[in-house]
Design a protein. Sequence first.
Length: 255
Amino acid sequence: MNLTPAMTEQDPNEAAENMEQEKTGKIRVVIADDHPIVREGLTKLLNLEDDIEVVGEACDGRDLLDKLDELAPDVVLLDLRMPNLDGLGTLQTLQNTNNTRVKVIVLTASEDKNEFVQAMKLGCAGIVLKQTSADLIVKSIRKVYGGEIWLDSHTTAAVMRQFASAQEPGQAGGVGGAGGRVRERSPLSAREREIVALVAQGFKNKEMAEKMFISEQTVKNHLHNIFDKLGVSDRLELALYAIHKGLHLNNPGER
């Protein structure tokens, strides 16, 4: 599964939504949680920010999916544990319908690492625990809206360990460590490390090519070599590896 979907021709609905975003200058957020007090608290908190607007709420996954087209959010804060249709089921539906425009942050009280891994595989762009401070929730929305992945250090380590064990049953060790799935058979070049950092920040192949003044085919060639060197099979694994190693912090080109 690609971490960042390939660029496609923009449809009229998406173009209209982008124009609305440019006009208001705000990130459109929808909160999906079965507890009214959580929705109300987050709405009050987020609406204090000049660049964020909560445009709607949903009490479960099915309610969210019914409202998604009408509300046209940029970012959804999605609880994992909800009645009728839970967070993972909602992510699965979004993936099956190829709805890649909206970015989803899982906001949960659960610390089930297997659920974190499943959420990442189903395309969520971030995981935030409900005990996280308010300023980090706000920061996660801005980062994910900007195309980055958001995982705090605790969640990153948990996801990396579980992701490795999920890929290689019976093997010990985390990704990048002894026995893990990701292996660095030969050192990455400076250019390859730059590409890894850009992938972790959510850049598409075309965007990377433009930023690095190389062809899109050259980017693809570099990615092929990186996948081979590290033993990863897709952009998600590569991005998680980059976050685990701190490579996403070394990118000279900020968005």
